[in-house]
Design a protein around this ligand. Structure first.
Ligand SMILES: *Cc1c(COP(=O)(O)O)cnc(C)c1O
Length: 469
């Protein structure tokens, strides 16, 4: 072996502590295992565990991650029921009828929570997350539009359907439009309005609009979009122009917040125009990543031709999903939290997150260096920026410096027409306590004099930290 090949080969191998590796006969290792290809033979389980465990130490601390909406802490009994269900495949309805039953109960619970006119007739399914749920809901909108007698022929002759939404939609809606060949029509941000404007949305609709997406709430600033006003604007559009445009509510986060903290806000199936709603069970639903939900108002809202029928205990089980196999443990855990918390429990958990968010927003505002865009009083999420008169640092500097202490607070710029605006965003979730929030605040206070002493921003604008979503 020539020297160069040898060093490259060595670089491609994991570096192994002698206690774990070749010097330890129990590890069963003849040489350090290659990184990017299968080794010829096995090594001891304990050695494999140690090697991977060590590398994973470099991942951030999930609890200090204020960028994500996704659950980073669950209670021990929830983890236990998940561990017990880890071998269950959601699609094997025949083998795991009780897991299938728990999924159906969750669908009924959500349909009831979101005021479906007749929860026993609402249809819905679990998914791997809101993204899959949004793909399914978007497909249903598109198919419903294409099946209308007045559209069928035009669609067949090549007319392109469109979907109307705020520019602040989560990336899954861009994906939906791309993958399913639907024209996206975005309502831009204007001035201090950072989400969809109902009238502007109605203006973008025409006879080829399959629906309008409203977000509860926006990932950019945590604000709820005005679903009721949107529905009213679409009612007027129908009177004016005859287009009957359904609404899908993307409640990835808010679908599990608003019902408990803002019960009088009519954003859900109480609005007759709302055809379907999704949520992420793994966001404010409180389950670890891997579960979302899509619910349709009634059978009419979900064209039957999209539903596949699998054999279930000799009977018929309708399924609507992109995946075939998928883990059942998250669905079981969702039911665990529904059962365990009830309405009051969920309300207490979400209220605690909102209390932390509003407290933190007020305290940050009092520091006098920042301008708040939102206050954490809708989603427990708020966005803020550096005051105009501050010229020594920008939001990217703040994000980088907080990272030194382990806090992940994303900084990013807004989309059209507010590309000039860059913000920091804090997502408060279950497990981010008032005490942790005060520690974050202390760190921010400690950093501020140093930031103000900078000659100017150290990080160029428009360099998103890359970890917001
Ligand atoms: C997170 C989010 C999504 C995507 O959800 P996943 O569960 O991560 O797939 C879609 N829409 C909104 C508004 C979100 O916040």
């Amino acid at each position: 072996m020539n020297h160069q090949r040898k060093t490259r080969d060595e670089k491609d191998r994991l570096s192994v502590n002698p206690l774990v590796g070749e010097a330890n006969p129990a590890a069963g290792m003849e040489a350090a295992p290659p990184r990017n290809r299968l080794d010829a033979g096995p090594i001891a389980a304990s050695a494999a565990y140690q090697l991977i465990h060590d590398e994973l130490m470099l991942d951030g601390n999930a609890r200090l991650n204020l960028a994500t909406f996704v659950t980073t802490s669950m209670e021990p009994f929830a983890e236990r029921i998940m561990t017990e269900s880890q071998d269950k495949n959601m699609i094997d309805k025949d083998e795991y009828p009780m897991t299938a039953e728990l999924e159906q109960r969750c669908v009924a619970i959500l349909a009831d929570l979101w005021h479906a006119p007749d929860p026993s007739h609402a249809v819905g399914c679990s998914t791997t997350g809101s993204s899959e749920a949004c793909m399914l809901a978007g497909m249903a909108l598109k198919r419903r539009w294409a099946r209308r007698p007045e559209n069928a022929e035009r669609y067949a002759s090549g007319v392109r359907p469109n979907l109307v939404m705020g520019i602040n939609v989560q990336v899954c809606w861009e994906k939906f439009c791309n993958y399913w060949e639907v024209e996206p029509r975005y309502v831009p941000m204007e001035g201090d309005r950072f989400h969809l404007d109902p009238e502007a949305a109605a203006e973008l609709c025409d006879e080829n609009t399959i629906g309008v997406v409203a977000i509860m709430g926006s990932t950019f600033d945590g604000s709820y979009e005005p679903v009721g006003e949107l529905c009213a604007a679409l009612d007027r559009l129908q009177e004016r122009a005859g287009h009957d445009v359904p609404v899908h509510v993307d409640g990835a986060s808010g679908g599990m917040v608003a019902p408990f903290l803002d019960p009088d806000l009519e954003w859900d199936f109480r609005q007759p125009r709302v055809a379907s709603i999704n949520t992420s069970g793994h966001k404010y639903g409180l389950v670890y990543p891997g579960v979302g939900w899509a619910i349709w108002r009634d059978r009419e809202a979900l064209p039957d031709e999209l539903v596949f029928h699998v054999n279930y205990l000799g009977g018929d089980m309708p399924t609507f999903a992109l995946n075939f196999s998928r883990p059942g443990a998250e669905v079981v855990a969702q039911y665990y939290y529904f059962l365990r918390l009830g309405r009051d429990g969920y309300r207490a958990v979400q209220q605690a997150s909102r209390d932390v968010a509003t407290h933190l927003a007020r305290e940050i505002s009092a520091l006098d260096s920042f301008r708040m865009l939102t206050w954490g009083d809708e989603l427990p999420v708020f966005a803020f920026t550096v005051k105009d008169e501050v010229t020594a640092f920008n939001v990217y500097d703040v994000s980088r410096r907080l990272r030194e202490r382990g806090w992940q607070v994303p900084a990013y710029s807004f989309p059209a027409n507010r590309e000039d605006l860059s913000v920091l965003r804090v997502v408060c979730r279950n497990g981010f306590s008032m005490d942790l929030a005060d520690l974050l605040l202390q760190d921010l206070k400690r950093l501020l004099p140093e930031l103000h002493a900078q000659p100017g921003p150290l990080h160029p604008a428009m360099t998103s930290t890359g970890f917001h979503h």
